[in-house]
Design a binder for this molecule. Sequence first.
Ligand code: NDP
Ligand code: 8X3
Length: 253
Amino acid sequence: MAKIALITGATAGIGEACAHTFAREGYNLILTGRRMDRLEQLAQHLNDKYNAEVAVSSFDIRNREQVVQHLEGLPARWKKVDILVNNAGLSQGLDPIQNGSYDDWDTMIDTNIKGLLYVSRVVSNWMITNGSGHIINLGSIAGKEVYPNGNVYCATKHAVDALNKGMRLDLNDKGIRVSAIHPGAVETEFSEVRFKGDKDRAKKVYEGFEPLVAVDVAETIWFVASRAAHININDLVIMPTAQASATNIFRKH
Ligand code: NDP
Ligand code: 8X3
């Protein structure tokens, strides 16, 4: 029977690229995100191209009841999840702390920390029942360093870093692997979301150097997921060659 990967935030960017990679590798998929039209299109494409069986589940990860209802509502055979990619996440704004938007703060904390926790609570219990599993958390270089005006986003990704370590400790005797990937700059919809649809401002983030693209991160996640069962990659930081730290990017212009 094909293995199953559950990927949150599969409607765009890194999550969507992971869906392609895992389908290519023979996995069946549970894909989540709010934009159902994108989930359905992607599911059809992956079924046509790789013959993957795909279950789609559209919910707002910030809403605890929705998360639990949608996931627990899946048929039993879909609960044999081998890999959970905790990818859904976002940044909102880039403001100094004294001017920060309360709403942006709530959105980031509710999505990146609480949403990740809600999904992990449900799926880790399935994995415990199954006696195995692998949780792969999307952190960030923002979870290793803090940059000016990154305050709350960085705090949420530092929380993911801590949760990654905490989950590994708590699930250590259950046969469940826990890993985190911490990317630097990846050109996805991330900056458009951060700058609330301002495409010109978003584009500037990636000007003058070659950023990572979503597939670079997806292939690295696949590398982490495909190690032999006795190997766990705890923590992996991946950056564009032109980026030396959160704040140091060598731009040619
Ligand atoms: P994208 O904006 O391209 O994709 C984000 C995904 O998260 C979308 O599928 C979106 O789905 C989903 N999502 C966001 N909010 C919610 C919500 N409330 N409920 C359900 N799903 C939600 O960004 P990336 O692919 O770049 O980001 C993926 C992850 O990688 C994030 O955790 C991000 O913090 C992290 N990351 C990104 C980096 C980058 O430079 N791009 C670098 C380091 C880490 P929908 O809108 O349909 O709900
Ligand atoms: C996304 C990378 O540096 O924009 O997590 O925070 S950064």
